[in-house]
Design a protein around this ligand. Structure first.
Ligand SMILES: [Zn+2]
Length: 95
C-alpha cells in the first residue's frame, strides 16, 4: 500500500478530473475521507485506493465505489454523499 504521499491537501474535484489513474486497489475503508465527496469511508464500506498521476506528480486518492464511478465518468459527487444542503440546478457542464 503506498503511503509516501501526503494526505493533508484535499484536491478540488476539478483538479481530480485531471488525474490519470495508474494503479488501483480495493479494500475496506480505514477512516480516510473520500477525495471526491469528502465523506469518510467507514470500515463497513469498500474503499478504492487509486494511485494516479496528476500534473507530473504521483498522488494517492481514496474513493467510495460510487465516487470512483462518478469520477471516471466525469460526474459530480453523488448527491446522497454530499453533506452540503445546497442544491445545484439540473443540467451540468458539457463534456
Ligand atoms: Zn465518496
Amino acid at each position: 500500500m503506498p503511503s509516501q504521499e501526503t494526505r493533508s491537501a484535499r484536491l478540488p474535484v476539478a483538479v481530480l478530473r485531471r488525474a490519470v489513474p495508474v494503479r488501483m486497489w480495493g479494500g475496506k475503508g480505514c477512516g480516510t475521507p473520500c477525495d471526491f465527496c469528502r465523506v469518510v469511508v467507514s470500515d463497513t464500506d469498500v474503499e478504492y485506493e487509486i494511485e494516479a498521476e496528476l500534473d507530473g506528480q504521483r498522488v494517492t486518492l481514496h474513493f467510495h465505489p460510487r465516487c470512483h464511478d462518478a469520477w471516471k465518468a466525469g460526474r459530480e459527487p453523488p448527491a446522497e454523499a454530499v453533506a452540503e444542503p445546497l442544491k445545484q440546478a439540473a443540467g451540468s457542464e458539457q463534456p
